[in-house]
Structure formats: structure tokens, C-alpha cells
Design a protein around this ligand. Structure first.
Ligand code: IDC
Length: 317
């Protein structure tokens, strides 16, 4: 049994731009994100979670697509999906890791598209996990101009739209728990600068998402992050990879290092895309290893090997 991070640090809260533990000490969460939970349900097992814990992770992000294939709002099996979340949270709890429950909007770029479903989902999740010290809620993965709102007659999916959505979901969670809530930002969770200019007020323990893919996103996006942090916005990098933004393509090690230097300097919490065997370069496990846990370096892709090394450097000691 390795380190039980949750026993050591307890329930987390946000102070300034930092995450702090029950004793007020600064905490950094770092660990992998699943791909779509229902796409690789066999990856949600205790041994797999033990493996990433051994690598140094103190966090697993549970990504639940809302509208892609078998999505929660597009015909997927809701009970099966929630069982996977429950298993994921339980393994994290048993291993002393934190868990993010991620409402993974993507082709539904406007979070209002499935707002009523989101309200029911978060009411249920907040109630179910209100006594867990290790659960964080991510209310909209990546707002973007796609989806039902893409026509010109609609209001663009900009920060005011996301802010109004957040204003409806946050109170539902807050009825049950003051756990940390992560809020997506415009343009696939890149425009933290807009959130910094006009943050959500009236609630504690809110953080804002920044996502980066090192082969696509460079200094201009780091500048937005720096701007937001310097304005006092708490930012969580709840998804990043070192490939291109389509989840594939070459790794850019040089940009990846520049990003690591910045997130280390600012002690930001991060989730790595993705702990899956998908045949794409951002997946950490090679396709066709046949293994759903106990991965050795031979089982890992170049991204996987890089991410594993990174966990050792970055995770909470
Ligand atoms: C990608 C997956 C890919 C899947 C696709 C679904 O890697 O296998 O087919 O989603 O449309 C994001 C998103 C994340 C994307 C990822 C890579 O949050 O869902 O996953 N990405 O494109 N934002 C930037 C990149």
C-alpha cells in the first residue's frame, strides 16, 4: 500500500490561486484522465488505478462524454456509466487518490444543450459523494462553438453563456457539498483570460479549466494562463497532452517542456490525456497489449512513457 493522499490531506479547498488541504498546506493534484469511461470500461479496475498510483498519481479524472458515441445524453446506458463512475471513485478512495467527475461536453459545445440533464446528474452525484473528501466536480469539459448552437442566429458560446450555465449548476452542487468545482472556459477551455476578467462570484472553491496540447498550443496560450493567474484566477489544467489537439500527431517535446516548466513554477494541478489503448498518439497504453493494468514501459506509447516520468516529477510527495 503506497501513500494515502486523501488520509494525509483530507478535503481540499481553494485559497487564492492554490488548492490547499485541511491544514492549509498547498496541494498539487496530478494524474491521468481516462478516455471515455464507457469506451474502455475494462480500464476501470483496481489494479489499473493501483498502477498509476504506483507511478505517482494522486488523481484520476473520470471523463464521461455527454454526446459522443454512447454518450450520457446521446443514448448511452446511464446506469452502466454511473456504475463506472462509482467504481472509479471507489478505487480512488481505497487507494487514497482524488477523483474528478467530468461532464465531458465536446460536440455539444454549448453547455446549455444538455443543461437539464446536467442539473439532474450533478444533483445525484453531489448527493452521492457529499461525504467523500476526494471528489471534485468538473461541470463542462470544453465549451466551444460547435453543437446545436453553431447557427448564426444563436448567441456565441462565449464566457457569459458558460457563466450563466455555471450559475445554474453550482448552486445544485452546493446544496450538498462545498467540494471544488471546475468550470470550463471558452474555445475548448483555453480562454481563462476571459474568466479572469469576469469570474463567477458568490461561491468558494471554484477553479477554471485550461487545456493544452503541446504540439498545437504554444506561447500565446501560456500567456493567457499567466495573465489569468496574475489576475488571481485559480486555474486547473484538467486536461493536457503532448501531441496535437486532435489527440494524434507528433509529440512536441520542446513545447511540452516549456509547458511543464510553467505549470511547475505555478504549482498547477494537471490531468493527463489519456489513460487508454486507443490507436492514437495521445493514448498512454499501446493498442493491443491485451493488458488492462500492470503496464510496464514496453506496454506504453511514447506519450505514456513521458507521462509516467512526469508523474514522478510532478506529483505530490
Ligand atoms: C478525443 C479522443 C478521441 C475521440 C475524440 C471524440 O482522443 O479518441 O475520438 O475525442 O471526438 C480534447 C477533448 C477530448 C479529445 C482530445 C483529443 O477534451 O475529448 O479526445 N482533446 O482530440 N480537447 C482537446 C483535445
Amino acid at each position: 500500500m503506497g501513500k494515502n493522499y486523501v488520509a494525509s490531506h483530507g478535503k481540499l479547498s481553494v485559497r487564492g490561486t492554490a488548492i490547499v488541504d485541511r491544514a492549509g498546506g498547498e496541494v498539487r493534484l496530478y494524474g491521468p484522465s481516462t478516455l471515455g469511461l464507457v469506451w474502455y470500461p475494462e480500464f476501470i479496475n483496481k489494479e489499473a488505478f493501483t498502477c498509476v498510483h504506483d507511478w505517482g498519481a494522486n488523481l484520476v479524472r473520470l471523463a464521461m462524454y455527454t454526446m459522443e458515441e454512447d454518450g450520457y445524453c446521446s443514448g448511452g446506458d446511464k446506469e452502466f456509466t454511473k456504475k463506472l463512475i462509482d467504481d472509479g471513485v471507489r478505487f480512488c478512495t481505497e487507494l487514497g487518490m482524488y477523483a474528478i467527475i467530468d461532464w465531458h461536453i465536446l460536440s455539444d459545445g454549448d453547455p446549455r444543450q444538455n443543461k437539464e440533464e446536467a442539473k439532474c446528474f450533478f444533483a445525484e452525484m453531489a448527493d452521492k459523494y457529499k461525504d467523500h473528501d476526494n471528489v471534485l466536480f468538473e461541470i463542462c469539459n470544453e465549451p466551444n462553438p460547435g453543437g446545436f448552437n453553431s447557427g448564426e442566429e444563436h448567441e456565441p458560446v462565449d464566457w457569459p453563456v458558460i457563466k450563466s450555465y455555471a450559475g445554474e449548476i453550482i448552486p445544485i452542487i452546493r446544496e450538498k457539498t462545498d467540494a471544488i468545482i471546475l468550470i470550463g472556459t471558452p474555445t475548448w477551455s483555453q480562454e481563462v483570460d476571459k474568466a479572469a476578467d469576469d469570474p463567477v462570484t458568490g461561491y468558494d472553491n471554484l477553479m477554471y479549466s485550461l487545456h493544452y496540447y503541446a504540439s498545437t498550443h504554444g506561447q500565446y496560450l501560456r500567456d493567457k494562463l499567466i495573465y489569468a493567474l496574475d489576475k488571481g484566477l485559480p486555474v486547473f489544467v484538467d486536461e493536457y497532452s503532448i501531441t496535437a489537439a486532435d489527440g494524434n500527431g507528433d509529440i512536441n517535446y520542446e513545447e511540452a517542456d516549456k509547458w511543464s516548466a510553467l505549470v511547475d513554477e505555478r504549482n498547477l494541478s494537471c490531468a493527463q490525456w489519456s489513460l487508454s489503448p486507443r490507436d492514437e498518439s495521445s493514448a498512454m497504453v499501446k493498442p493491443n497489449t491485451g493488458k488492462v493494468s500492470g503496464w510496464t514501459d514496453d506496454d506504453l506509447t511514447d506519450t505514456g512513457k513521458w507521462m509516467k516520468k512526469r508523474l514522478k516529477e510532478a506529483a505530490l510527495k
